[in-house]
Design a protein around this ligand. Structure first.
Ligand code: ACM
Ligand code: ZN
Length: 683
């Protein structure tokens, strides 16, 4: 080993020690003490009071009376003769509900907590340290508590259906990373997944479709099938299965939050019960009819059974992406607008959510959660807003008195690629590696008062491109660890290098156990070209836009195409990719400032079919003189192809010309969509 890398390793070990070994999430304080604690001890437990013992026992501390810390498979414990002591006490220094303190000395484990959650977190930390110790745990003092109360993962079980065993595994990981919410997206066009006894067609029909892969089905028939049909794909969880799951989760400190979509994303329901849509057409009706009282009868009956199975204080009612297409011409809907004196037919969405929220409050003493579209309407303050589209909704929601759960797609949607897309398999459009998820600072830009309204943070795994349990494992792990740590620490101070080391060790541990976690050790990373700026003759040159770029994908504005910055696999707001949607047209003149010898002009174009970003169908480069006369240098046309995976293609001219102006045009073909480019490179 070279001396410098030896020094680096020592430095790393030192900082790792200070920051909390391999633990995910990293504890608030981690203070090494001298000595070590043998793993093979059994314990005498000394609780401070009966109340402390009741809570600690319920969290699993009693197990250490009978077995040493080495409960690992394949390990034969050599019990030491000396019995250790576990001292349990209330945590009077820290009244925060999930706080705990753990002091490991050679003979004694001193533990303090105030709630079941605190006792469980302490045990989880101890077991983690024991798992990585060989014969002993280095002595340490830890004081720890989470910044945010809701630390969750959403799993979409509609787009693809997973056996209930998958959900048990997800709960185990949530508990290991000290997370406490599993939000199940139980209903969507692709399939209804919860047994509702009152409406049997939801599981006999709406839970089944005629193609297994979501993409095939969505781009094809969008037809439903029947339970028992030989080619039917789908499934559902029985209420009994869900009750057992809820209990298992609860024992691990995890609350399952069910989501029933309304008023939109409900094609599967209106196919089974066509009277619930405005048109009564059994095909293609995403929205319920809010003009029809039968809709509310249905939703209330469904919620009755949902609330009976799920004791969660919070019930998610969707509320996103309503098309509302049939409402304006529906006589029941227009009558409702009149009767309720609503400002517009769109406001029927707010009417529906208000009515359902009232019902959940009255019938079950529950609060509802809904996606951030509900901010378009005035709602009771106890409605909690799950922010997914854009973080500006956070302050808007808080200003109106709502609590928010943060799940902004740009950081928290775990359905995007986590590595070079060409490494496959297909995912949903964007590039969102572990570093990106970890980079989110959920509390930044919020005042102390505003922070009081942030309930938590959540990673969302939409599963259009996640057909199997193995894919769920690969997409969640390790990225849910970054969500866990941001929720636990608040994400204000962080050290990605240290987190990545811990996440890599953890994914390797999981992989050794047969879990299909993403192989972080083999990560390729962002597009190589994007890692450094490019020098060329047009750096800093003026670009004249004959058609505007999109304000959303401005990439820095007028200088974006000559600033030397290259785009990576991520095309989102703030990246170096500039987007053109104005009839799919890029039309710019580059002013080199003076007549220049030009030997090459090259543009990179991004293509990613999901968000409809395509390579140009027609592309040209012309030299232009001072009077605007053009000499065509290069034209290129191609039949538009939908590549499966995102890719970048270079279109370039090579030759020789002396010119001050270059006119670059790109248009797309019949598919429409976007054109994205990052730089006009001139050599
Ligand atoms: C959503 O992604 N439609 C909440
Ligand atoms: Zn209607």
């Amino acid at each position: 080993m070279r001396q410098s890398s030896l020094l680096l390793s020592l430095l790393f070990l030192w900082t790792a020690g200070i920051k909390g070994q391999s633990l995910i999430p990293s504890p608030l304080t981690y203070q090494p003490l001298t000595g070590s604690h043998p793993l093979e001890r059994t314990y005498r437990i000394e609780p401070e009071s009966k109340a402390v013992w009741r809570d600690a026992k319920a969290a699993g501390w009693d197990l250490l009376q009978h077995s040493p810390l080495t409960g690992r498979r394949g390990h034969t414990p050599v019990r030491s003769k000396a019995r250790g002591i576990i001292s349990l006490a209330a945590y009077v220094d820290d009244p925060r509900p999930e706080a705990y303190a753990l002091r490991i000395t050679p003979d004694t484990l001193w533990v303090q907590a105030n709630t079941g959650a605190g006792w469980r977190h302490a045990l989880t930390t101890l077991q983690w340290l024991a798992d990585e110790g060989r014969n002993a745990i280095p002595c340490v003092s830890i004081e720890d508590a989470p910044a945010l109360a809701w630390r969750g993962v959403m799993l979409d079980v509609s787009r693809h259906f997973y056996p209930v065993s998958t959900l048990y595994n997800v709960i185990d990981w949530l508990a290991r990373y000290k997370m406490n919410r599993l939000h199940l997206h139980l209903t969507d066009a692709a399939g209804w997944r919860m047994e509702i006894k009152r409406y049997p067609l939801l599981t006999k029909q709406a839970a089944w479709r005629d193609a297994a892969l979501w993409k095939t089905w969505w781009n094809g028939s969008r037809a439903y099938a029947h339970e028992g049909d030989s080619a039917a794909y789908g499934g559902y969880y029985t209420q009994n299965e869900l009750r057992l799951l809820v209990k298992y989760a609860s024992q691990r400190g995890v609350t399952i939050v069910p989501e029933i979509e309304m008023p939109a994303h409900s094609e599967e329901v209106t196919a089974a019960y066509p009277f619930l849509s405005c048109t009564h057409d059994p095909k293609g009706q995403a929205d319920f009819c809010p003009g029809n009282d039968s809709t509310f009868t249905f939703l209330e009956h469904v919620l009755d059974e949902v609330m009976e199975v799920f004791p969660s204080a919070d019930i998610h009612v969707g509320g996103d992406e309503a098309g509302k297409a049939a409402w304006p011409t529906c006589p029941r809907c227009t009558q409702r607008v009149k009767d309720e004196a609503l400002p517009s037919v769109e406001a029927l969405q707010g009417y529906l959510i208000r009515r359902v929220a009232d019902y959940a409050r009255r019938a079950g003493n529950r609060r509802i959660v809904a996606w951030d579209e509900v901010l378009d309407d005035s709602l009771a303050q106890d409605v909690q807003v799950m922010v997914w589209r854009d973080t500006s909704a956070v302050r808007k929601a808080i200003a109106r008195g709502h609590d928010v759960i943060l799940a902004p797609g740009a950081f928290c949607y775990l359905d995007a690629y986590q590595d070079d897309p060409s490494a496959g398999p297909e995912a949903n459009g964007a590039y969102r590696p572990l570093s990106r998820v970890y980079a989110y600072r959920p509390l930044s830009a919020l005042s102390p008062d505003e922070r009081q309204h942030v309930r938590g943070i959540q990673g969302c795994l939409w599963t259009e491109y996640v057909p199997t349990t193995a894919d769920v494992e690969r997409m969640l792990l390790p990225r849910m660890m970054a969500i866990a740590e941001n929720g636990w620490t608040g994400g204000e101070t962080k050290n990605f290098a240290h987190f990545r080391q811990r996440a890599e060790a953890e994914t390797n541990r999981l992989r050794a156990q047969g879990v299909n976690a993403f192989n972080l050790s083999a990560e390729i990373g962002d597009r190589a070209a994007a890692r450094q700026t490019v020098e060329h003759k047009a750096r800093g040159a003026k670009v004249i836009y004959h058609r505007p770029y999109s304000n959303t994908y401005a990439a820095g504005g007028d200088s974006a195409l000559t600033d030397g910055r290259r785009g990576g696999w991520d095309y989102g707001t703030g990246t170096a990719w500039q987007g053109f949607i104005s009839r799919g047209r890029l039309d710019v003149t580059l002013d080199l400032g003076a007549v220049t010898d030009v030997n090459r002009v090259a543009l990179d174009f991004l293509q990613t079919a999901g968000p409809e970003i395509y390579l140009p169908a027609h592309f040209s480069i012309a030299a232009q003189d001072d009077d605007g006369r053009e000499t065509m240098l290069f034209t290129h046309s191609e039949a538009e192809v939908r590549h499966t995976l995102p890719s970048v293609e270079t279109l370039e001219w090579r030759g020789h010309v002396r010119t001050r102006f270059l006119h670059v045009r790109a248009t797309n073909g019949p598919l429409g969509g976007w054109i994205f480019t990052d730089e006009i490179v001139v050599e």
